[in-house]
Design a protein around this ligand. Sequence first.
Ligand code: UT7
Length: 325
Amino acid sequence: MSNIGIVSVGRYLPKRILANHHLEKTVDTSDEWITSRTGIKERRLAARDERTSDLAINAAKDALKKAKLSASKVELIIVATISPDSAFPSVACLVQKAIHAKHAATFDVSAACSGFLFALTTAKQYLQTGMYKNALVIAAEKITNYIDWNDRATCVLFGDGAGACVLAPVRGNRGILSDYMRGHGQFSELMEVISEDPKPLDQETTMIRKPYVRMQGQELFKIAVNSMAEAVEVAVKKAKLKLPDIDWVVPHQANDRIISAVARKLGIPKAKIFVNIDKYGNMSAASIAVALSEAVDQKCIKRGSNVALVTFGAGLVSAANIVKF
Ligand code: UT7
């Protein structure tokens, strides 16, 4: 059985930049608070008419171009998102239509900030069994659709974006060496999208607040550090490697203090951790995909690098993969 590897990684970021100093004008916050508590300096906002599928399509085109793979040859498209354009059709079907990948199987996965790694592992299984020869795995979020811009505890944290990769069989000892996926459903209330119940049809219609993210940051922080460190340890062991063998860690970008605490807990120098939260904030599923794409383009990750991808998010769900590039 051949290994399944990541043969290209692409990304797309919306053009509009929302800097911390802009948020200072709309809620009771400061650039100093946001920077020191999270590491975020700015984030991207999708345009009003730009949907999650548009972000996904652009990232997909970048990944296909880098893989030199024609869309007509794509056999499987999986999109990780918690902010689809609508309940249906799936974002994967909208991507398929836009890029003319007419032979592909298509579906979305919902695992919040862990979505990209859940999708990666899912796609890997299909390829490893031989059911499909390649897969386009996309993570795309217009998460700012779910932000209450009056809530300073959440509105400073998130941004929009998309990343994508092409998976295919690879030669030698390269490829996705191990996987780890875990649910922690007992903590589901720590991060939720709150929706108000619409009134029954026979009652007077009133204004209904848009669904919005509510989270208990401090509790999430502690669980994030422990579950991400555990995910890396398990995945490294499953890959038959040791922590010092890891050249780069590409973690979910929720908070730079979480990333530093995970690095300390694992005894991995911060210099080996790829961080871009300052530019984009937390893009949910898209964070790792975008970071991975930048790490490859900046030649931090090269052929032969051992990379740990690790994440944690609403659900709660955590995941990790060890990949040899
Ligand atoms: O994507 C995966 C899921 N999400 C996460 O993993 C997020 C995990 N949590 C975190 O990243 C951090 O808990 C936050 C960044 C959300 C918050 O940082 P914190 O250091 O835990 O702050 P805190 O919630 O303990 O709040 C400290 C103070 C409070 O004021 P008082 O009660 O001490 O007077 C807050 O009201 O900071 C206040 N505060 C703010 N002040 C200025 C909260 N948000 C802001 C803000 N600007 N934006």
